[in-house]
Design a protein around this ligand. Structure first.
Ligand code: TRP
Ligand code: SF4
Length: 326
């Protein structure tokens, strides 16, 4: 029997190359070794986007197209939409009964976001309970393994604590999940800051070749290089940090030419551009195909969601029995 995996992403818009390297490549690799459930976390998106949900349907569609284009295979993995499976919400409610508020209030991601995110009122019951919903997502499929980035570790730790508490009260019904950390080279935005939609410094899977060219050619390099013959410092150059991922084979040459002032930044960027286009071309070709076939996307989500719900229903029955709600 293969072990089960659950992971999810909030549908907040088009995905960028950071998502490919940080999560999707890993999700794709895990598909053969595990029974994978990949979830569109639309309820989690609602915790912060509740005041304007107009983009939700579009965001879900675009994200799933990106998943498939990157190689998530519905024949191997179950793709599901969280809000279409009421068992997620039902288990969330039961888990919320046993989760001390203090655990949630001291969660580092909660404190950070309350502090950092302006312009949205996050002082809601739902937002505080974000990790409880995540615990429900994971345990409703009795997932043993949860591939996540480091930023999600506090949530997984909370899931484990909630599960332990649940089992103390009601018996050994839910397994304690393990994190599977994605070891990623952290990719910054084209301006050297954190990659983010609001900085407009990310390269999206859906970007046209022209948009990608513009973004790469505008990338920040070593500011000390005014002429191509000035010796450069690749370690402080955004282009070079991308080269480490996309131009692996030419890396020593790129570094040497930069340090010795033998190649100008414009020429150097063109090398990166070509390598990135090569990496993205097959993904983008698949993306264009899926864009043409929206009924197929809906079918994938319907079938995956139905399969997942069967599993979720069974767990919910066991949970209710354990809690003596039946
Ligand atoms: N909170 C996760 C994120 O923002 C998304 C998510 C929701 C998730 N439920 C999950 C991830 C369950 C892993 C397991 O990235
Ligand atoms: Fe960066 Fe290349 Fe310019 Fe060196 S030559 S500073 S690596 S863009």
């Amino acid at each position: 029997m293969k072990k089960r995996i659950l992971s999810g992403m909030r549908p907040t818009g088009k995905l960028h190359i950071g998502h490919i390297l940080g999560a999707l490549d890993n999700w794709v690799r895990l598909q053969d070794e595990y029974q994978c459930f990949y979830m569109v976390a639309d309820l989690h998106a609602l915790t912060s986007e509740y005041a304007d949900t107009s983009a939700m349907p579009e965001n879900i569609k675009e994200m799933v197209i990106d998943w498939l284009a990157c190689g998530i295979d519905p024949a191997k993995s179950t793709l599901l939409v969280q809000s279409r499976i009421p068992e997620h919400s039902e288990l969330h409610l039961i888990l919320s009964m046993i989760t001390p508020v203090s655990w949630l209030e001291r969660c580092p991601t909660y404190k950070e976001q309350m502090h950092e995110i302006k312009g949205k009122d996050l002082s809601t019951y739902g937002f505080l309970g974000y990790p409880v919903l995540q615990a429900a997502d994971i345990t409703i499929y009795k997932a043993e393994v949860v591939p996540i980035g480091e930023d999600q570790l506090p949530h997984l730790e909370l899931t484990r604590e909630i599960v332990r508490r649940f089992c103390q009260f009601y018996g050994d019904v839910l397994p304690e999940p393990q994190a599977l950390l994605t070891s990623v080279p952290r990719l910054l935005g084209t301006d050297g800051r954190k990659m983010s939609k609001s900085y407009n410094n990310a390269i999206y899977i859906a970007d046209s070749p022209e948009e990608i060219k513009q973004k790469v050619m505008a990338m920040v390099t070593d500011p000390a290089r005014l002429r191509p013959t000035d010796p450069g410092h690749p370690e402080i150059c955004s282009v070079f940090s991308y080269d480490k991922i996309f131009s692996k084979e030419q890396l020593t040459e790129i570094e040497e030419k930069c340090r010795k002032g033998k190649r100008g930044c414009v020429e150097c960027k063109k090398i990166l551009l070509e390598n990135m286009q090569k990496f993205l071309a097959p993904i983008q070709a698949r993306r264009r195909q899926y864009e043409q076939d929206l009924p197929y996307i809906e079918k994938v989500l319907n079938e995956g969601t139905a399969r997942a719900q069967e599993f979720a229903r069974n767990t919910m029955q066991e949970v209710k029995k354990a809690v003596r709600l039946k």
